[in-house]
Design a protein around this ligand. Sequence first.
Ligand code: SF4
Ligand code: SF4
Length: 75
Amino acid sequence: MANIIVNRELCNGCKTCFKACFIDVIKWDNRAKKPVIAYPEECVHCMYCEINCKERAIKVSPDYQAYLFPRDSIV
Ligand code: SF4
Ligand code: SF4
């Protein structure tokens, strides 16, 4: 499962990551105006959220032990 971390200090609440995630891993907290990583187990590591965050406030760390990344193919 990917580890997805939002730095709430850096986040300006622009909602870009929420809009970028096409499979709803990221939900939106209307009250706090911050993203919520609701379903990290469904992340496909496309990095759209991280790449499009101008504040560099969201970081996706893929799980390289997962079946999507068999170790033999990346070493
Ligand atoms: S794209 Fe970055 S700054 Fe914008 S809401 Fe997401 S984490 Fe916050
Ligand atoms: S890496 Fe892709 S699938 Fe994962 S949370 Fe970001 S936008 Fe969604």
